[in-house]
Ligand binder design. Structure first.
Ligand SMILES: NC(=O)C1=CN([C@@H]2O[C@H](COP(=O)(O)OP(=O)(O)OC[C@H]3O[C@@H](n4cnc5c(N)ncnc54)[C@H](O)[C@@H]3O)[C@@H](O)[C@H]2O)C=CC1
Ligand SMILES: O=C(O)C(=O)Cc1ccc(O)cc1
Length: 357
């Protein structure tokens, strides 16, 4: 079968947060996208919001299938897709890779057409309503070819990554799983530990919570059902990391117990050093941005005015995050800027009448 030129007709199985976000990104650059979901209303909602069509595709025309279902269902859906779409490359976007390949390895399916992948972007929301076509822009997207993958199939998945404007990283499946245990799964569990600890904190103490607490607990809000599957699928690598953290926690306890400042100082310095190791945007060398946090009153037009004032201050904003505090009718806009511009931005914001936190 000859492959037609141009973007492949694409089927996305699983029209949730990640699947529908891919649908928006691809539809936005002119790809023909068909959405399929075990819950038909998810495909219909995603299609209604512009992520593709919920009409079925002609299997003979399909050149790419993207499987974006929960981890436990991935191997079966990939296997079925290889059979249903005989000319298609099949990829999945699951957070763990080795178990999927192991489950498929001895099945009577054409694994030359399967190449796993994993966009390192998402959120603590799920479902098609919060999908975002810009979700993957400048984010890492790992592609994990295996011994049986054809070069053509790998090239097709790379085309998908490029169309979503993500940054390609190619890795072996086991290396991928070890890496995500360290940079994604362990951080999630540490955030869960901290957030779970809050269930014992009295309400009157929680009123004092600031941006720091929100920062360390944000990802703990992710779907427990999804995260249970992710941690189970990568339990060997995750356990290795958790045991190291248990050792570090004991060391920290000893440091706090010790009256001399040296040991605690070293622990705190180690933390600073770790933050500097996280790469900056586009995978560039880490840049130690500084954060300017501005309170936004919960009133129409406030955010637009604030952005207008930031622009007028002439400071290049490297990253933006918004948190909402429903109890106090206020939001917080965190602006990440180069350290030498932080003071100037804070002054300009205060001069403009904003509260800088
Ligand atoms: N949530 C995140 O931040 C990220 C998630 N991932 C991976 O992406 C995959 C999807 O996650 P989300 O989009 O967050 O989940 P989601 O819950 O938003 O969407 C999953 C969708 O799959 C559908 N589904 C479930 N079983 C199915 C089946 N057998 N056949 C067809 N459809 C089925 C569900 O109805 C739902 O619409 C997971 O494997 C996850 O590990 C990857 C990167 C980031
Ligand atoms: O919310 C965030 O910051 C994330 O990092 C989301 C995320 C969740 C699961 C993944 O497999 C990859 C990325």
């Amino acid at each position: 079968m000859s492959t037609p030129a141009g973007p492949p007709v694409t089927v996305i199985v699983g029209a949730g947060l990640v699947g529908a976000s891919i649908g928006h990104a691809l539809s936005g650059v002119g790809w023909r996208v068909h959405l399929v979901d075990a819950v038909p209303s998810h495909a219909a909602v995603a299609a209604g919001l512009g992520a593709g069509t919920a009409e079925p595709a002609d299997p003979a025309e399909v050149g790419l299938v993207v499987v974006a279902v929960p981890p436990r269902a991935i191997a079966d859906v990939v296997g079925e897709s290889l059979q249903t779409y005989p000319g298609a490359t099949v990829t999945d976007v699951g957070s763990v890779k080795a178990g999927v390949l192991d489950a498929l390895w001895d099945r009577p399916v054409d694994l030359t057409r399967y190449v796993g992948s994993h966009p390192m972007a998402g959120s603590h929301h799920s479902g098609p309503v919060t999908a975002d076509g810009e979700l993957f822009v400048d984010r890492t997207w790992v592609v994990t070819p295996h011994r049986k993958s054809s070069d053509a199939a790998t090239a097709r998945v790379v085309e998908l990554v490029r169309a979503c404007r993500a940054r390609l990283v190619t890795l072996d499946v086991d290396d991928h799983d070890a890496a995500v245990a360290r940079v994604s799964h362990l951080p999630h569990l540490v955030s869960v530990l901290m957030a779970g600890h809050l269930t014992n904190v009295p309400d009157e103490d929680l009123v004092l919570a600031g941006q720091g607490l929100r920062d360390v607990t944000r990802i703990a809000g992710g779907d427990p059902g999804l995260w249970q599957q992710i941690v189970r699928a990568n339990s060997t690598a995750v356990l290795r990391e958790l045991r190291q953290v248990a050792v570090s926690l004991d060391r920290l306890i000893t440091a706090v117990e010790t009256p001399a400042d040296t040991a605690l100082g070293l622990e705190l310095e180690r933390g600073v050093e770790g933050t500097h190791r996280i790469p900056g945007k586009h995978g560039a060398a880490p840049v130690p941005y500084e954060q300017v946090v501005v309170a936004i009153p919960d009133e129409p037009g406030a955010l637009a005015r604030l952005f207008g004032d930031v622009e007028a201050a002439g400071v290049n904003v490297e990253d933006v995050a918004i948190e909402h505090d429903a109890s106090r009718q206020v939001g917080y806009l965190t602006l990440s800027v180069r350290p030498e511009r932080a003071e100037g931005l804070a002054v300009a914001m205060r001069d403009g009448g904003w509260t800088v936190v």
